[in-house]
Ligand binder design. Structure first.
Ligand code: BG6
Length: 450
């Protein structure tokens, strides 16, 4: 067995994959050699120096790195790869290359017979709309069977994301209230304080909807809303995710607000008159018996006031008010970043006042309770090497996710400008009752607001 990493000197490898491979090798979880494929011939020493820099420390002596240099459009590159991997057994080909090269590499690998018994792992984005995704898939399927195609969404490798389904299905207390009778709304937020930085040319063609909503955030929605699978096996979980995404109505323009932070158009690689959204808020509707009428509000953006990945489930208020002030609704918060954990915003009696309630947070930090979690890409790489499809995106899920946002992709609506470090005002109309504050650590939560 070996991992073939196409694009080993690229940005994703440098930032994510090489550090993850180093840690896996260091902890004895990666025994397979890693054969890097890169356009520039750095030589093995050069590659190790590059990897050391990426990792920020001496490279694990257990990381067995090898290198094949060559152009990915050149048949000779694949012939050299075939010679290099001779005798290593089954291969996992990981494509950390621009999407425009996915099909080229798959065909190159197949042309020298390196697809037989092997897997192909492809990064996001998978297509730029439903049609292009289908087209890409059809091309890849000419070289690899569906069971051997692994589409990465690194959010599925995040421990706190996986914990969402464990928390839901390992604790009896949630299921009875997990429906339209008790839940008033669900809010999913991915907020980042930084801008697009050196990714202007990529981001300007993509925007927030394609970059993180169609994939990461709809996957989170599926984990939050899906029914319990009939078994724990990967297929059963994927089937349930598909079933719930199938019930999500295609989002309409009237349920969307787009924003663009001031200064975005000055980013290198960004068009001076760009209409690309760096912020989007939308309201999704799930047409099934569990969730009919419950708004699922999703928002994400760059240059926002906080860094946070959080799901807030708001329950209906108690049906009868016994207290002088109307009690705040209970909130269940799944905090995935920073300080992963769960917080229930509940109500207790105000000291010395008989008929008044006071908000208290019942909270747990996973790092304190359970220890440090592995990085998402460690999980992704381990699963890819083990051939476990659980944390990858099956094609029918990709299709459903594109369908949900499809009507919004061709919009030429001018996004609302917002000052870096602020929430776009217009987004408040998307969440009935307003957005709940996110991003504060346990015990420091701001008063309800945005
Ligand atoms: C990537 C997007 O897929 O996910 C980035 O391209 C985004 O724009 C990133 O910043 C967020 O991932 P994470 O793991 O930092 O939450």
């Amino acid at each position: 067995m070996a991992l073939v990493l196409f694009g080993i000197t690229g940005d994703l490898s440098k930032k994510m994959l090489l550090p993850a491979l180093h840690r896996l090798a260091e902890t004895g979880q990666l025994k397979e050699p890693v054969v890097g494929v890169a356009k520039t011939d750095l030589g093995l020493d050069g590659l190790r120096a590059f990897a050391r820099q990426a990792v920020g420390q001496d490279l694990s002596p257990h990381l067995d790195l090898r290198l094949v240099a060559g152009d990915l459009a050149d048949h000779g590159t694949y012939e050299r790869l075939r010679d290099q991997v001779n005798g290593l057994g089954h291969l996992t080909h990981y494509l950390a290359v621009p999407p425009s090269l996915f099909a080229t590499v798959a065909k190159g690998v197949a042309a020298v017979g390196l697809n037989t018994g092997s897997r192909l792992v492809v990064e996001k984005p998978f297509g730029h709309d439903v049609e292009s995704a289908r087209q890409l898939n059809a091309e890849l399927l000419t070289c690899f069977e569906e069971e051997r195609l692994f589409r990465v969404d690194h959010y599925l490798g995040k421990e706190p994301v996986e914990d969402l389904i464990v928390f839901r299905f390992a604790n009896t207390m949630l299921e009875p209230i997990w429906n339209r009778t008790y839940v008033r709304s669900v809010q999913i937020t991915l907020a980042e304080t930084f801008g697009v930085e050196d990714r202007g040319a990529f981001y300007d063609r993509v925007g927030a909807l394609r970059d993180v909503v169609q994939n990461h955030l709809l996957q989170l929605l599926a984990y939050t809303a899906m029914d319990a699978p009939p078994s724990a096996d990967a297929r059963a979980v994927l089937d349930e995710k598909w079933r719930v995404l199938r019930s999500v109505r295609a989002v309409q323009e009237s349920d969307v607000v787009r924003g663009q932070y001031e200064g975005y158009r000055d980013t290198p690689g960004v068009a001076k008159d760009s209409r690309t959204e760096t912020f989007v808020a939308l309201r999704a509707t799930i047409d099934n018996w569990r969730w009919a009428g419950v708004p699922f509000c999703v928002r994400t953006g760059k240059c926002l006031p906080v860094d946070a990945l959080e799901i807030v489930v708001e329950l209906h208020r108690p049906p009868v008010a016994y207290f002088s002030a109307r009690p705040a609704p209970n909130l269940l918060r799944f905090r995935m970043h920073p300080d992963a954990g769960v917080t229930f915003d509940l109500l207790a009696k105000e000291l010395d006042v008989l008929d008044r309630t006071h908000e208290v947070a019942v909270s747990v930090d996973f790092a304190t309770a359970l220890g440090p979690a592995e990085a998402a890409y460690e999980q992704v790489l381990k699963d890819a090497l083990a051939g476990d499809p659980r944390h990858f995106v099956r094609f029918d899920l990709v299709e459903e996710s594109w369908r949900i946002v499809q009507d919004l992709l061709t919009s030429d609506v001018e996004p609302e400008p917002y000052a870096p470090g602020t929430w776009p005002e217009a987004a408040s109309r998307i969440a009935p009752g307003g957005w709940h504050s996110v991003g504060a650590t346990t015990g420091q939560r701001a008063a309800p607001g945005r």
